[in-house]
Design a protein around this ligand. Structure first.
Ligand SMILES: Nc1ncnc2c1ncn2[C@@H]1O[C@H](COP(=O)(O)OP(=O)(O)O)[C@@H](O)[C@H]1O
Ligand SMILES: [Mg+2]
Length: 327
């Protein structure tokens, strides 16, 4: 019996018969997160095959694979793509055009969520606190004095539309700020500079379409200075505490905020929002991922396990939500 059938929570999942269901599993792509995506894809492939699906692995950076996606008589596309071209609405648009259902959020929600600056506008209008920030288009022309006066030091510099902590810098001086903006200009046309929030790092996954539910909260303890690429993907690079030892009230609050973010950004199926709990007990949202990582060290599978939702079960649910129709 698969863990899909044994999980207590699975009773709320729409009915789904995996046998004979043909899944195009998309991983790879051409974003900076390609390697993570391939690792996510491998994990999901095993999980879906164990549940009885017929899985074909396709890489959208390969033209022949795109043709196979169009011609392949698939029932569903399962997206394990991260970053540009996969998580930003582009692939979702392609799949809409060819009429193939797909897991996760739709075009608009994907495009909005990946843009950390635009997502902030929606967080704020939903009453979710997010650190003050400025978007800088041209680092050479930016007035660093104004940035530092407005946001203080240290501050955080990051690309507006990348993930996996690629190009995230925590800077302590105006010189470091200038250098970070210059470095970033090679990978991103604009940069988000954000107030640094000192505190504990939390992440909350949310599952569902109409009535989304939050999974248990994870506290991340990175080995490095912050939750950078190495902490995220090397074994032992960070410790995940789940459920996070932050008390009942903060747990409820952050789960509600994650659900509110999922709704405000129009997410479907799954999302995972990152937060900082500061020293005064305030919660600040950093971002929402619409295709969270599915590698062995990833956060979403960990949160699922803490809610008695095994990895296979989790993948099956994502398909079930997609087939039930996004809002
Ligand atoms: N405003 C901030 N204050 C403190 N730390 C931050 C801030 N923004 C980002 N970080 C650190 O950088 C990491 C990556 O930033 P995040 O905004 O989640 O981008 P992504 O995960 O998409 O690269 C966070 O997990 C956190 O460790
Ligand atoms: Mg993050």
């Amino acid at each position: 019996m698969s863990d899909f059938e044994t999980s207590e929570k699975a009773q709320t999942t729409p009915m789904l018969e995996p046998r004979g269901c043909k899944v195009a599993l998309l991983s790879g792509g051409s974003s900076g997160e390609r390697e993570v995506s391939l690792a996510s894809g491998k994990g999901a492939q095993q999980a879906l095959e164990a549940a009885g699906f017929l899985v074909t692995m396709l890489d959208p950076s390969c033209k022949d694979d795109l043709k196979a996606l169009i011609d392949g008589d698939f029932d569903i596309a399962f997206l394990c793509l991260h970053g540009k071209g996969g998580e930003d609405g582009a692939m979702q648009g392609f799949l809409e055009v060819i009429g193939l259902p797909y897991t996760g959020s739709g075009i608009w929600s994907s495009a909005l969520s990946i843009d950390k600056a635009k997502a902030k506008v929606f967080y704020q209008s939903a009453g979710i606190k997010t650190p003050e920030s400025m978007t800088i288009g041209n680092p050479a022309q930016a007035s660093l004095r104004t940035v530092v006066e407005d946001l203080g030091l240290p501050c955080v510099v990051k690309p507006v539309c990348e993930g996996s902590a690629l190009g995230v810098y925590i800077v302590e001086t105006e010189d470091e700020l200038q250098k970070a903006l210059n470095d970033l200009s090679s990978i991103s046309s604009n940069a988000l500079v954000e107030r640094f929030v000192s505190g504990r790092e939390l992440t909350v996954a949310v599952l569902g379409n109409e009535k989304p539910e939050a999974l248990p909260v994870i506290e991340i303890i990175p080995q490095n200075e912050f939750y950078d690429y190495e902490s995220k993907y090397s074994p032992g690079g960070s410790q995940h505490l789940c459920p996070a030892p932050i008390g009942e009230q903060a747990t409820k609050d952050v789960q509600q905020m994650a659900i509110a973010a999922h709704v405000a950004l129009g997410c479907s199926g799954v999302s995972r929002s990152d937060f900082i709990l500061d020293e005064a007990g305030e919660l600040w949202i950093l971002e929402t991922n619409t295709i969270p990582g599915m590698t062995k060290t990833s956060l979403l599978p960990d949160a699922g396990r803490a809610a008695q939702i095994g990895f296979s079960d989790l993948c099956v649910r994502l398909i079930a939500y997609a087939l039930a129709g996004r809002k």
